[in-house]
Design a protein around this ligand. Structure first.
Ligand code: G3I
Length: 394
């Protein structure tokens, strides 16, 4: 049996061991003991190759399948942690500023634009030969207070156009893609179109989405324009309702000729809820989105481990399984072109603010920038996928 087959078996066995894990039944404890056989191979599972080899990275393994892989990062982290910045530029082929292109950073002061952090990130991407992905032009919250106080029916359209035009034009020709509108669908909305209540919807109406995409397209005709949303990976009732509502929005936008080019599936997986992911329903959703002529990007992938066992060895295996389980489904869809993890190392994850906080282990590298089983599981999902994309950016 080849090394890869052994390895694939290892990951596959992880899968079968935990297929029904929900973190509540005692029966799952029985399954955990079967994992110990991999204890001795965990180092083997992560020493596939040396980071010193140019082809030995998440980005390189993804590129072999026509997939663009990268991660989100903060200006504060990349600009102050040179060790992390070096590893980031080796593992990734696209950089997403986690917060530095948001209103809360770019528009912190009334009536001003502050691009200092975003410009630094754009320069870092360019000097490290990384693609740059913009996140996000319009969202329903995290506005600076002055914006909340200023936005109204008389100026919302002008403020939207000014913001999108100014920000997109600044990076025109350098931006791989933009999350133009983020999380605009609320499956619990009483509206027929299930759009989420927001200042944009209140003051402009549902047309705000079309306006944002056209303004972005006119400002940078080269950028791939993305509608980005969460909760699309799972089969729980709310997940199904969300999928249906997002598909309805995309069908409407495409039918009216809105320049939306891709769906962004955030992919914030819940490690203890992976039994809620129905592969066949997810495949059908991806296929339905693709049939609209849209690309699909996995834009904020991570695995929340706060409800998984405390034992780090077991927790790492469950996190690895979740990555492999999810990516093995989505990467079979040819329209999937991009995979971005919401962070690269546990050293800097948004989960450090809650849940397990500094003990969270949601990402491919640990806090010391060592590769974890999650790194290997993502590599294995790239290696084993039947995906044959032709992503010119990867
Ligand atoms: O950098 C400042 C720091 O100087 C200050 O002391 C501190 C306390 O005020 O705030 C720090 O900024 C915070 C920033 O995270 C960096 O930690 C912001 O207040 C906080 O709002 C920001 O939270 C971000 C959140 O979006 C809201 O923008 C998270 O990092 C980021 O991971 C999260 O990402 C979102 C995506 O944009 C959309 N999808 C969901 C995802 C997770 O919520």
């Amino acid at each position: 049996m080849t090394r890869r087959q052994t390895l694939g078996l290892g990951i596959a066995s992880l899968l079968s061991t935990f297929a029904g894990y929900s973190g509540t039944e005692n029966s799952s404890a029985k399954n955990f003991t079967e994992l110990s056989e991999y204890e001795q191979s965990s180092s083997e599972l992560t020493d596939l190759c040396s980071i010193s080899e140019p082809t030995c990275s998440l980005g390189s393994y993804a590129k072999e399948q026509g997939i663009l892989y990268g991660a989100a990062a903060k200006h504060n982290t990349l600009s102050s942690d040179s060790e992390f910045a070096t590893i980031f530029s080796q593992e990734c082929r696209v950089l997403v500023p986690e917060n530095d292109l948001k209103w809360e950073v770019v528009r912190r002061e009334p009536g001003q634009f502050n691009f200092s952090k975003a410009d630094w990130m754009a320069e870092f991407a360019q000097s490290n030969n990384l693609q740059l992905r913009g996140h996000t032009l319009l969202w329903h919250h995290y506005f600076p207070q002055w914006v909340e106080q200023t936005l109204g029916a008389d100026n919302a359209e002008d403020m939207l156009i000014e913001h999108v035009q100014t920000v997109v034009k600044r990076y025109a020709g350098r931006m791989h893609s933009w999350d133009v509108v983020n999380e605009a669908v609320d499956h619990e909305s009483s509206r027929q179109d299930r759009l989420r209540t927001s200042p944009w919807l209140s003051f402009i109406g549902p047309e705000y989405i079309d306006l944002a995409f056209w303004t972005a397209h006119e400002a940078d005709p080269e950028a791939i324009l993305v509608y980005n949303d969460n909760g699309l990976w799972w089969d729980a009732p709310e997940g199904e309702a969300k999928k249906a509502a997002v598909l309805q929005l995309l069908e409407t936008l495409r039918s009216q000729g809105t320049p939306v080019h891709a769906l962004g599936i955030q992919g914030h997986l819940l490690g203890h809820e992976m039994h809620q992911m129905n592969p066949e329903k997810l495949r059908k959703f991806l296929s339905d989105v693709s049939s609209l002529g849209l690309e699909i990007m996995i834009t904020e992938l991570d695995v929340n481990d706060h409800n998984l066992p405390d034992d780090v060895g077991l927790r790492d295996r469950l996190v690895a399984e979740a990555y492999y389980n999810f990516l093995s489904v989505v990467l079979d869809e040819p329209a999937v072109t991009t995979v971005v993890t919401w962070g690269l190392s546990d050293r800097d994850t948004w989960y450090s603010g809650w849940g397990r906080k500094e003990n969270a282990r949601p990402l491919p590298l640990d806090r010391d920038l060592n590769r974890k089983l999650a790194w290997r599981a993502i590599v294995e999902s790239f290696i084993s996928t039947s995906h044959q994309g032709d992503n010119i950016y990867s």
